[in-house]
Design a protein around this ligand. Structure first.
Ligand SMILES: [Mn+2]
Length: 358
């Protein structure tokens, strides 16, 4: 496979626009359990295309959406269960690397019957649909939607700018992750100029916490453990924790920062059980530049995502998932130690797993 071919399969903004021009009624949707980027991108694109004369409907489930739910007031939104293919000419799928990442049921059925156009930034993107624009180096799909609209000189009203602002802010960890690029900040600057109330949005997204969320944070801190001489850190929230808290995981998206805050941690893990997937432990994985990549770890367990931020589902309760991931990481670290023996005769990484509570 030549690099030219690879490039072609990623498509272009122009390819996406040409495809959309062939259709009138556009169904817009994003990945399951929509986060700020998926929600903001869909809502903004719905408004942008509508302003250009398209008929647009955004289909996203508000369940578990958390504090970004307010963006749904900015678009004509439909529950994924109420979607029928006959009402649309085309599906525009945003911030979604593969159709299996759409919610099961009427929405996915409808999309599978429609011509599909995709804008996305996941490295694991399957390059599906009749037209696409996939930019793995893009900070967020929101940034791509911004660049897309900007390229055709479309304008951004305040609500559209706010939806894109939320997408950028949430996917870049408030412009802190390494995915933040000059283009990201330029987009953000333009959006601010459109009247985004960044301070109010920041409070809404990051400051306010319910009692339940505070309880979960305490539980998360209590569960913090490190392994492999501090190179791996993890927290666990069980179904029982969520039952007691009475709030969903979307209210504590940032608890992954607890294991990430261990200075020696190359890999940070967050194991949690949710109501919608009983019997499954979900794992969020984060990695640093000098470690096995998060996506490699997630991929081993059938998951995916970005180079340094990925996730996977592992059957069984957290205890079982923790053991499985630990076993895999032991292998990874041993392989790495063999491939690059320590300099100056220093002892290789220990084979045993040392565990300590911090
Ligand atoms: Mn995203």
């Amino acid at each position: 496979m030549t690099s030219g071919f690879n490039h072609a399969t990623r498509g272009s903004a122009k390819q996406v626009l040409e495809a959309l021009k062939r259709y009138r009624r556009i169904l817009i949707t994003g990945h399951i359990r929509p986060d700020g980027d998926a929600t903001g991108s869909c809502v903004a694109m719905g408004r942008l295309l509508k302003a250009q004369g398209w008929e647009t409907t955004v289909a996203l489930s508000p369940v578990g959406m958390g504090p970004v739910k307010f963006l749904l007031d900015y678009a004509d939104c439909l529950a994924p269960t109420n979607v029928h293919a006959r009402d649309y000419d085309c599906a525009l799928v945003l911030d979604c690397g593969g159709l299996e990442r759409l919610p099961d049921g009427p929405l996915r059925d409808a999309v599978s019957r429609l011509p599909v156009v995709n804008i996305d930034h996941h490295v694991t993107n399957a390059k599906f649909g009749e037209a696409r624009w996939v930019v793995p180096t893009g900070s967020s799909t929101g940034e791509l939607v911004y660049r897309f609209a900007r390229r055709w000189k479309w304008t951004f009203d305040r609500q559209t700018a706010e939806a894109l602002w939320v997408a950028l802010v949430t996917d870049t960890g408030r412009f802190a992750y390494s995915s933040t690029q000059p283009t990201t900040l330029r987009a953000a600057a333009e959006l601010l100029a459109c009247g985004v109330d960044s301070s109010a949005i920041n409070d809404r997204l990051y400051l306010y916490a319910s009692e339940g969320a505070m309880y979960l944070r305490r539980r998360a801190y209590d569960s913090l453990q490190t392994f492999f001489r501090g190179r791996v850190s993890q927290i666990v929230l069980t179904a029982r924790d969520f039952r007691r808290a009475g709030v969903p995981k979307s209210e504590v998206e940032d608890v992954i920062d607890i294991p990430r805050s261990v200075p020696t941690a190359q890999i940070a893990l967050f194991f949690y059980e949710t109501k919608d997937k009983p019997g499954i432990t979900r794992v969020s994985v984060r990695s640093r530049a000098d470690s096995p990549s998060a996506v490699a770890v997630a991929h081993h367990f059938g998951g995916g995502g970005h180079l340094r931020a990925a996730g996977c589902d592992i059957p069984g309760p957290p205890k079982v998932a923790v053991a499985k991931v630990k076993a895999y990481l032991t292998e990874l670290f041993e392989e790495a130690a063999k491939a690059a023996p320590a300099e100056g005769g220093a002892a290789p990484e220990p084979h045993r797993v040392s565990s300590r509570r911090v």
